[in-house]
Every structure is written in C-alpha cells, then in structure tokens.
Design a protein around this ligand. Structure first.
Ligand code: NAD
Ligand code: UD1
Length: 335
C-alpha cells in the first residue's frame, strides 16, 4: 500500500509542487490548508498535472478539533509541515501573529500528531535561522541567531522537534530552504504572490509582463561578482524532490533522529545575473535602477549542500536558466 502523507499548508507554492512530486513517486497525499495565503485554483493546477484531484481539507492547524478528526480518520504514515506565515518584513511588525500562527499553531498540531501516534515529520525551516556573522558557504553547524519573529518561529520549532525526538521518539527533519523560486514546467502551478512581490524573481517577472515599470536593484557596491547581492536560488522542483528524499528518510530510519539540513544549490546568482536570465527567457527588456542597499541585506548567502547529499542522497539538478524559463511560462499562463 502507498504511504499516505499529510501536507499542512500544502495548497500553495512549495506544498503544491511537493504534492505533485510525491504523487508521481509512489506516495498518496492529503492537503490541509486554511486558505489564508492560497486558493482552490491550485487544486485545479494539481489536477491538470496528475489527472486527478488530491483530497483537500479546508482547516487551520490551530483548530484542535478539526486536526484531531483529520488525523484520526486517515492512516497517515507521516507529515510534511509547510503551514505558516512567511514574510520576514510582516513578522517584524506583527510578531504576535507569527508566534500565534506558526509557533502556537504547530504546538497544537504536534500535540494532536502525538495523540494520534504519528511521529514522522519533515518541517519547512529556513536559512533565516543562521546568524549574519558566519563564513560562506553556510554549513548546518554555523552560528544560529534570529532578528525577526518569522525566523524565531522557525528556529523555535526546530528546537521543539529536537525535544520531541528525544522525549517522544519522533523522527524529524527540518529542511532549511535557501531561496526557493520558479514554477512547475507544466506552467499550471507556481508562485503567485498577492500584491507587490517581496522577493526578487517575482518582481522581475512582473516587470517582464509589463505589470511594473522597472526593477529596483538594492545596492551595487557589495563585494560580489558585479556588486549586487548574491543568493542561492533553488528550483522549487528540486526542492520538492528534497521533500521526497526527506520523507522517505524519516519513514525508513530505524533509530529516532533529528536533522536540520540545508537545501540549496551551493551556488550564488547576483541580482543583475537574474535580470539577464529573465531577459533571455522572456525576450523582453528589463529596465532597472540601482538604489542604495536594503537594510538588513547581506552581500552573499549560499549553502554548503554536502549534508543533503550525504544524508538524503539529494542534490539540486536544475539550472537557473531552465527554471527561469519555467517561471516565465507559468506567468504567461496565469496573466
Ligand atoms: P505559501 O504561503 O505559498 O504556503 C503556505 C501555506 O500555508 C498557504 O497555503 C497558507 O494558506 C497555509 N497556512 C498558513 N497558516 C496556516 C494555518 N494556520 N493553518 C493551515 N494552513 C495555513 O508558502 P511557501 O512559500 O509554500 O512556504 C511553505 C513553508 O516553507 C512555510 O512554512 C515557509 O515559512 C517556509 N519557507 C518558505 C520560503 C520561501 O521563500 N517560499 C523560504 C524558507 C522557508
Ligand atoms: C528573503 C527573505 C527570506 C526568504 C527568502 C526566499 C528577508 C529578509 N528574507 O531573503 O526569509 O527565505 O527571501 O524567499 O526578507 N533584491 C533587489 N530588488 C528587489 C528585491 C530583491 O535588488 O526588488 C535583491 C536583494 O537585495 C537580495 C536579492 O535580490 O540581494 C534577493 O532578495 P529576496 O528575493 O528578497 O531574498 P532574500 O533577501 O535572500
């Protein structure tokens, strides 16, 4: 029988890609989402790719009764826990909302998992758990430290999972994503930020389709290849495969363990290189203006991804250019 995996927050960006990858790799998935940052249109996209619609529960992880009933009425082998709010900037102004949704919500959810006897989990963490004072590439043992409620929620939940592994014999992997980007090659699912995009690629794509006039480049005086900020952009389809490898690992471990694992490519791309990638994919001019540095930004951030290779036998396979082409197709399909 195929193992059944619950994807909390599974309806939107990373969750929908992971749903497709798992379903195409011998798992069954059920999605739970409160639609706070998503819509049912994603189920249509998943159905167009898979040819069937996964089961979906419109529920909040903080709703103990709903969670208990969902966990009780399905025979889950494990959980991939994506559900959460994810804007660093918003979390600076709304820490209570982030602690309530991400931390308190996960406490409720974990308690109900324990009650239901489900102890296998892959958790969406983030490279934001690292302090700014580390040398590159970032290894998992690098210094941890957070400066905003979003990152604090991720780091707190990593510690909670460590405790649950030690005390309650859970199996847990926290995947520390670097900069997830792009879309499914079908063009049916992808990232659709509401309003003005915070992140670089969605913003450049908005300029390419004519929704915005130009890209604002935050600083060209960093010590990088062309002076602009460098990040480790990870294709969301590679990221989905990292979840496949991670859930497989937690289901097959014979000793209870916790691991935090970087999920990046190990390579950096600058802002200007990214603009050039979109220009090539879209064949559109991408006007840009250089501004001063964005407060809080680092010059370069990229992962040491050897732990993922060793523990999960996973590494990123897709090129940035291929991934930008997928994203451009998605944007054109969803204007
Ligand atoms: P997303 O917003 O597209 O998906 C998260 C989903 O969780 C949304 O569909 C939302 O409706 C749902 N959700 C939020 N609170 C919920 C609650 N209380 N109950 C049920 N559902 C709830 O985000 P994403 O980009 O797919 O990110 C998934 C996870 O990965 C998040 O935990 C995020 O913090 C983490 N992460 C994302 C990035 C990134 O850049 N996208 C980077 C690092 C980590
Ligand atoms: C942000 C989040 C991080 C999240 C990551 C991936 C913050 C502080 N961090 O990081 O939590 O995991 O996204 O989603 O918000 N840039 C421009 N112009 C723009 C937008 C960005 O020049 O309009 C530059 C930035 O200065 C940076 C690079 O592009 O050098 C990437 O920025 P962004 O996409 O916001 O990602 P991060 O800052 O790495």
């Amino acid at each position: 029988m195929k193992p059944l995996i619950l994807l909390t927050g599974g309806l939107w960006y990373i969750g929908s890609h992971t749903c497709v990858t798992l379903e195409q790799s011998g798992f069954k998935t059920i999605l739970l989402d409160n639609l706070s940052n998503s819509s049912l249109s994603s189920l249509d996209g998943i159905e167009r790719i898979l040819g069937y619609r996964p089961v979906f529960y419109d529920a909040d992880i903080r709703d103990r009764g709903a969670v208990a009933s969902i966990l009780k009425s399905n025979d889950f082998s494990g959980v991939i826990h994506f559900a959460g709010l994810k804007s660093v900037g918003e979390s600076v102004n709304e820490p209570f909302e982030y602690y309530n949704n991400n931390i308190q919500g996960s406490f409720v959810f974990f308690e109900e998992m324990e009650r239901a006897g489900i102890r296998n989990i892959v958790f969406s963490s983030s490279a934001t758990v690292y302090s700014a004072d580390n040398t590159l590439p970032l290894i998992e043992e690098a210094e941890l430290g957070t400066t905003n409620a979003y990152a604090t929620s991720k780091l707190t939940l990593e510690f909670v999972l460590r405790n649950l592994v030690a005390a309650k014999k859970w199996n847990a992997i926290a995947l520390r994503y670097f900069n997830p980007i792009w879309a499914h090659p079908s063009g049916y699912i992808g990232e659709r930020p509401n309003g003005v995009p915070n992140n670089l690629l969605p913003y450049i794509l908005d300029v390419a389709i004519g929704k915005r006039d130009k890209v604002w480049v935050y600083g060209d005086d960093y010590d990088t290849v062309d002076g602009t900020g460098v990040r480790d952009y990870i294709d969301v389809n590679d990221l989905a495969e990292a979840h496949l490898a991670a859930i497989h690992k937690v289901l097959t471990w014979d000793t209870q363990s916790f691991h935090a694992i970087n999920i990046g490519t190990g390579n950096g791309t600058s802002v200007l290189e990214m603009i050039e990638n979109v220009r090539l994919a879209s064949k559109k001019d991408i006007p840009y203006t250089i501004l001063s540095r964005r407060p809080g930004d680092l010059a370069s951030v990229y992962a040491d991804s050897s732990c993922a290779r060793e523990l999960l036998w996973w590494e990123a396979k897709r090129s940035v250019q291929q991934a930008v082409e997928d994203s451009w197709r998605f944007v054109c399909n969803n204007i």
